[in-house]
Write a protein that binds this ligand. Structure first.
Ligand SMILES: Nc1ncnc2c1ncn2[C@@H]1O[C@H](COP(=O)(O)OP(=O)(O)O)[C@@H](O)[C@H]1O
Ligand SMILES: [Mg+2]
Length: 145
């Protein structure tokens, strides 16, 4: 079976970069398309007593533009390989957002690293990748190197 629409969860970590490289290799075999998704954290209302709607908007704008910056770098890498690439910034829980994006674009493969930016060093499999393996409808490729 050829994987035509490939979603890559990208958090800017070296692990996610490795996942992106593997996704490109897979996409090359099937002339597939690569959909890169970055999920940002929603604002933490616990940090301050009162946040104005303008401040929320500013926070989101800033986070989205930071995220877009490195997603665009990732897009460049994919396009240099001669493949079609798309990106999306979403806000919320990483595994949930990656899954709903994969459903939305009708992906047939999700590619992620085995670890990411956060988490504990001793964990062999990060929380996002393990949730995806458990709950995603699509085939999941967890890249380990
Ligand atoms: N916020 C995110 N947005 C998009 N992809 C993510 C995000 N967080 C993690 N991923 C993907 O999941 C992989 C594993 O990360 P994760 O399970 O969160 O590990 P950790 O617990 O070490 O952060 C990453 O390499 C990346 O491919
Ligand atoms: Mg993480």
């Amino acid at each position: 079976m050829a994987f035509k629409k490939i979603v890559v969860g990208y958090d800017g970590s070296q692990y996610a970069n490795n996942a992106l490289k593997k996704a490109i290799e897979v996409a090359k075999c099937s002339n597939g398309e690569v959909y890169i998704v970055g999920v940002i954290k929603p604002i933490d209302f616990g940090i301050v007593d009162y946040i104005t709607p303008t401040e929320i908007e500013e926070y989101e704008k800033e986070e989205i533009s930071k995220e877009e910056k490195y997603l665009k770098e990732a897009i460049k890498i994919v396009k240099e390989s001669g493949l079609k690439a798309f990106y999306k910034v979403l806000e919320g829980d990483p595994s949930e957002e990656i899954m709903s994006y994969a459903d939305e674009v009708e992906a047939d493969l999700i590619v992620v690293g085995h670890r990411g930016l956060g988490g504990f060093k001793r964990l062999l499999l990060g929380s996002t990748s393990s949730e995806l393996v458990k709950y995603a409808k699509q085939t999941v490729l967890v890249v380990k190197s």
